[in-house]
Design a protein around this ligand. Sequence first.
Ligand SMILES: [Zn+2]
Length: 518
Amino acid sequence: MSRAYYVTTPIYYVNAEPHIGHAYTFCVADSLARFHQMRGASSWVVTGTDEHGEKIVEAAAAAGLAPSEFSDRVSARFRAAWDEVGLTANRFVRTTDADHRRNVQAILQRVHDEGWVELREYDGLYCVGCERFLTDRDLLDGRCRDHERVPEKRRESNYFFLMSRAFGWLREHIERHPDFIRPARYRNETLAMLRDESGLGDLSISRPKHRLAWGIELPFDPDHVCYVWFDALISYLTGAGYPDDPGFPARWDAVEHLIAKDILKPHAIFWPTMLHAAGIAPPRHVSVHGYWNVEGRKMSKSLGNVLSPHDVATRYGFEGFRYATLREMSFGLDADLRDAALIERINADLANNLGNLVSRTLRLVERLCGGRIPEPAREAIGSPERELEALAAEVVARVDALMAGLEIHRTLEEIFRLVGAANRLLDLRAPWKAAKEPGGDAVVRTTLHATCEAIRVTALLLGAFLPAACGEILSRVGAAETLEAARLPDDAAWGRLVPGAPTRTGDALFPRLEARKD
Ligand SMILES: [Zn+2]
């Protein structure tokens, strides 16, 4: 069986509409899945919606709907948003799905049977926004820091997952696996949380049903439902086919969770300790990205600056947006989405650099070589051609090294070195002039063969990030392989184009975008 690669986005809470923060994570997941698939792995992508909990009950009531109807509606909107922009998953998990419910109950029963669960009386301040009891450090002037609302005084019996017992194990696991939580700043943040255990303690994993009925019932006490985070995290197992799918073990062995930094604690602390208690291996990677601000401000409903995937697809074309955000965000750090910067990035890299290389090369091949890949002339291969070939091999190797460290923005920068070099070769050899000179035919054929090869290799390397455009480029340049069937690094070896293969010109791949006038 081939190697697996399993990547997850968070499952999104259905109390909000899909926005570009969600879309960015999905673009990264999709790119990573394609990247690994092209390198011989069998990729598996999972996303979904998180549908239980008190906040959903509140939002449903505000919309005048039952929680189940409300969840159906918002979950469908997430699915439609991804369909519209061409992002697909192998499994879309809803936490209301029957197989997910079974998995949550099985895991609850197992950790209970293994002695990891205890019933305790709880008396404290509860924030509905957080869906948990708050500690002193969660409060600012008597209000929840995150939700700016006054918590309720509550006294109730809760089941606790005895998470703190596994902190020693977790600390050791993090220290032994430097790329478990990445980038390193989030690994350090997790270790700092573990050093200061007073902020963590054990995890309340139940809510009494008389107060909250919308959830998965505890198998060992029907008067309680499961806490949303405990339920939601298990969706990553459900999505991989746990427990019976024959593909599950290999997927789980290679799982990478992509998250934004606000949900580090559940993923870096709750989740591995839950898995440990259930006798399941922790995830291979928890990979954490920063926030997107919009024009320098935090995205928020009240500011009215929340952008949907549909908004950006209309403004930039979804692949243009996808490229520009992958290129602009240094993975792990916050980034700012500025319209002017995105337009400039799309125009400079895609329209002017890559788009122009493809269109002028293929027009010249059409005019000077009859629309077929030319045979290079050995005597016309000089050091500029040899340098371009060497650069292509160097970029192929550099891309793999950069992607191993999740340096997506630098990967894209690296690939564009090849595009820039191919444009410079074209300018240097000027085949449109050479064609008019006696004996210039060898220069024409050799130069255009080299730039066609550079275009083909570029399309293979960029294919994981810009799949639609690169599939089209491969087809126009007469490549024998499709993006779906291509395997790297072998297919990126120089000289795979077959002389005589038909090429094709077409509409601009990346039309230039106009800056906003205001
Ligand atoms: Zn809160």
